[in-house]
Design a binder for this molecule. Sequence first.
Ligand code: IPM
Ligand code: MG
Length: 353
Amino acid sequence: MSDKTVAVFLGDDASPEVMAPTVALLETLALPISFVYPPVATNPDSAPGNNFSESAKRMVDQADATFFGSTSGASTQALFYLRWGKQTFANVRPCKWRPGYQSPLRQPESIDFTIVRENLEDLYLGLEGDLEDLAALNLYSKHARANLKDLGPGRYAIKAITDAGSERVIRFAFELARSRGQKRKVTLTSKYNMLAKADGHFRDIGFEVAKDYPDITFETFIVDDFLCRMITQPQALDVVVTPNLYGDILSDGSAGLMGGLGLAPSGCYGDSYAYFESAHGTAPDIQGQNIINPTATILSAAMLMTYLGYSEAAQRLEAAIDRVYATGQSLPVDQGGNTSTSEFFERMGDLLI
Ligand code: IPM
Ligand code: MG
C-alpha cells in the first residue's frame, strides 16, 4: 500500500534524460510512494491549449505532489495548472554552494541562501495588449510628462501586486527563515523607488509582516543594488523574497553563482499542494547526448521528499550529491568533468545503497 502518490511529468527535449532516472533512484529508496504519469498530448495536431486533459488534471489533483520535468510546450498547460490551478504561490530556489561546484566566484564557500519568488502575479498574469486599448483611460505619465495616448503605438503589460498575494509569500519567507534557523534574516527586494506604488506596496507589506517576526532581521534593497550585493556578498544572505519577474531573473543569477543552472533545484509551494522542478529549461541543445547534469533534478527530488515527510530520504540524496562533488570524481560535463548522465546516476545508485 502506498502512503503517498506523486504525479510525474517527464518533460521535453533533454528533460526525460534526468527525470526518468531520478524517479528510478527514488524507487530504490523503497518508500511507500507510487508514481503516476498523467498523459501529455504530444500530438502536434491537437488543438493548441488542449494538451492537458481532464484525466491528467485529476491525476495531479489526486496526487500529494507533482514532480515536473521542464517543458518546451507540451506540458505548459499542466505547468500553468500547477501554478494557478493549485495556487502554488511560493517558488523556493535554494542557492547553496557545495564543495566541488564550479562556481565562477573566487570564494564561493558558505554561500547558502534561498530565493522565495512570488509565483502567481506581478507581470505573469498574461494581461498584455495594445496601448491604444488604454487610450480611453486618459493616463498621464508624470515621468514622461506625456499622455499615454501620445506616446504612439505599442503594447502594455499589467503588473499586479496584490495585498493578499504579497502577504502570503512574504510570510512564507519569514517562516522559512525561522525554520532554516541560520542567519534568521529576510531580505526583500523590488524596484520600490521607480515603482513606488506597486513595488513600494510589496515592500510596505514586508514591513507589516516583519512586525510579527521580531526574531528575524528584515532588510530591503532596490533590486539593481540587490543584484550587485548578491554577486559580491552572497554569504550575507539567508532568505530573499521578491516579486515574480525579479525572482525569475535573480534565481537564474543565483544558479550562476553556484556554478550553473544544472545545479539549481526548485519547488513551488501552496497552502495545500506543491510541485518540484529543476530551475533549468529543457536544454534542447544537448538532447540525446547523455550529458545533461542531473544534480538540479535530484536536489528537486530531495525537496519533494522533504515535502512528503521523508526527510531522511532527502538527506540521503543530498549526502550522495555532496559526496560526488566533494570527491571530484564523476563530475558532469558542465562541471568540468566527463561523466555522462547515466554514469552519474550509476554513481548515485552506488552511494545510496
Ligand atoms: C522558470 C521558467 C518559467 C518562468 C518559464 C518557463 C515560464 O523560466 O520556472 O523560472 O518564467 O517561470
Ligand atoms: Mg526562469
